[in-house]
Design a protein around this ligand. Structure first.
Ligand code: CP
Length: 334
C-alpha cells in the first residue's frame, strides 16, 4: 500500500513510484478516464503558478473530477499554522479547522506553500504542508513547498521517454546551480537530487561554492539512495569536469542556505557566478546530453536561447508530463 499522502517521493517505495510513472505514461497515450468521477480536489495556492494550477485543474477534469482553487489571504481566509497561539494577527482561522472542513467537501487536497525566506530552521519544517497532512482526513498532495515531488516524476518520465528506457542507471546526471537575480527556493534542487539518486544515476551537484550545497536532509536522502540504488553522488564546483561526458543537465537556481533571511551579503557572491548559465559551449562538453528545467526560466540568465531552442531541450516535455503524472497521483490516492 502506498502512503496516504504524496508529500515526498522519499516516503514512497520504488515499486509504487514506478507504478505512478507507468500509469502516467498510459494517461499520456489515453488522456481521458473516470478515475475521479464524482470526486473533487481542493488546490490550495499560497504562491503563484502557471503549470501546476493548469495541469491539476485539467487533470481532474480529464478524469471526470472537479478542482476548486483556493488562495488563502486572497479569495479564502488567511490561515494560522502555529499551535496554541493567540490568533490576534492576520489569520482568521486555524489549519485544524481548515483541513478538516475541506476534508468534508473534497476527496484530495493539493498544497503549494513556498518558504517565507526568513528563517530556514523554520521553513525546513514544512509546517504548512505538514499541517494539512496532520489534520486532513483526505490525502494531501505536495504541489511544491520545500520539495517538488510532482516535478520529480514529470522530470523522470521525460528522461525515460528521451532515453527510450525506464532504467536510468548509469546515466551521468548534472544538477547545476544557475544564476538568478533573486535567491530562489531550493525545492526543485532538493527534489532533483532526491529522485536522480533514487533512479540510480551518477549524480553531480554542481554549485559555485560549498555555501550552495543543499540542506543536510536532502544530501542525506541522496547518500542513502546511492547506497540502495547503486549510483553515485559527488559535489563539484568545477564546471568543465562536471559537464564533461554528462548525459543529463538539469538546471536550477537557489539561494545559499547560510545566507537565508540575510540575503544582502549573498548578492555580491551570486553576482560573481553569472557564468554558470547553461550555454552551447557547456552543452558541447556533454555526451550528446539532454537539458531540462522545471520552468519558469529566465532566458539568457539561466540558459541561453540556443540551449532552450535546441532539440536537446526537453523542458516542454517535462512540463507536459506534469499533467500526466499528477493524474496518476490523484488516481492512486483516491
Ligand atoms: N514548475 C512549476 O511548478 O511551475 P509553476 O510554478 O508555473 O506551477
Amino acid at each position: 500500500m502506498p502512503p496516504k499522502h504524496f508529500l515526498n517521493t522519499q516516503d514512497w517505495s520504488r515499486p509504487d513510484l514506478d507504478a505512478l510513472l507507468t500509469q502516467a505514461a498510459m494517461f499520456k497515450r489515453n488522456r481521458l478516464g473516470d478515475q475521479l468521477k464524482g470526486r473533487s480536489i481542493a488546490l490550495v495556492f499560497f504562491n503563484s503558478s502557471l503549470r501546476t494550477r493548469t495541469s491539476f485543474e485539467l487533470g481532474a477534469f480529464h478524469l471526470g473530477g472537479h478542482a476548486i482553487v483556493l488562495q488563502p489571504g486572497k479569495d479564502a481566509w488567511p490561515i494560522e499554522f502555529d499551535l496554541g497561539t493567540v490568533m490576534d494577527g492576520e489569520a482568521e482561522e486555524h489549519i485544524a479547522e481548515v483541513a478538516q472542513v475541506l476534508g468534508r467537501y473534497v476527496d484530495l487536497i493539493g498544497v503549494r506553500a513556498f518558504p517565507k525566506f526568513v528563517d530556514w530552521s523554520l521553513d525546513r519544517q514544512d509546517r504548512v504542508l505538514e499541517g494539512f497532512a496532520k489534520y486532513s482526513p483526505v490525502p494531501v498532495i505536495n504541489m511544491e513547498t520545500i520539495t517538488h515531488p510532482c516535478q520529480e516524476l514529470a522530470h523522470i518520465l521525460a528522461l525515460q521517454e528521451h532515453f527510450g528506457t525506464t532504467d536510468l542507471r548509469g546515466k551521468k546526471y548534472v544538477l547545476t546551480w544557475t544564476y538568478h537575480p533573486k535567491p530562489l527556493n531550493t525545492a526543485v534542487a532538493n527534489s532533483a537530487l532526491t529522485i536522480a539518486t533514487r533512479m540510480g544515476m551518477d549524480v553531480t551537484l554542481l554549485c559555485p561554492t560549498p555555501d550552495y550545497v543543499l540542506d543536510e536532509r536532502y544530501m542525506g536522502w541522496a547518500e542513502r539512495n546511492v547506497v540502495e540504488s547503486g549510483g553515485s553522488l559527488q559535489v563539484s564546483h568545477d564546471i568543465e569536469s562536471a559537464y564533461t561526458g554528462a548525459d543529463v543537465v538539469y538546471a536550477k537556481s537557489w539561494g545559499a542556505l547560510p545566507y537565508f533571511g540575510n540575503w544582502a551579503p549573498e548578492k555580491p557572491i551570486r553576482d560573481q557566478y553569472r557564468h554558470f548559465i547553461v550555454d552551447e559551449a557547456k552543452m558541447a562538453l556533454t555526451r550528446d546530453g539532454v537539458f531540462s528545467h522545471c520552468l519558469p526560466l529566465r532566458r539568457n540568465i539561466k540558459a541561453t536561447d540556443g540551449v532552450m531552442d535546441s532539440p536537446s531541450c526537453i523542458a516542454i516535455n517535462e512540463a507536459e508530463n506534469r499533467l500526466h503524472v499528477q493524474k496518476a497521483i490523484m488516481a492512486a490516492l483516491v
